[in-house]
Design a protein around this ligand. Sequence first.
Ligand SMILES: [Zn+2]
Length: 99
Amino acid sequence: MYITDLKHFLDGKGAIGPTMGPARAMAQFQTNVVACTTDTTDCAPDAPTCFKCKKSPVEVALARDESVVWKCPRCETEGRISNWQGTLWDLRDRPAPPA
Ligand SMILES: [Zn+2]
């Protein structure tokens, strides 16, 4: 189980901190999970592919304590992301796009 504080991946401006390597890939994965979980519109982005097995999109959900939980149905890697509120990937209150 990967427990993540999303703000640890962000720099002072709120952008993804790590610029390359595995840390960057992990940060990208985590922010994609948050975006797809918090975007409640019909055009929400698809869940990102599992960073571990790279074979299946992960399943995402918002837990009761507001942490974002994700699990790969294929390799069963799972994680929990906290402190995503107010980041660039918190899409909860975004106005719906014009029909
Ligand atoms: Zn997997």
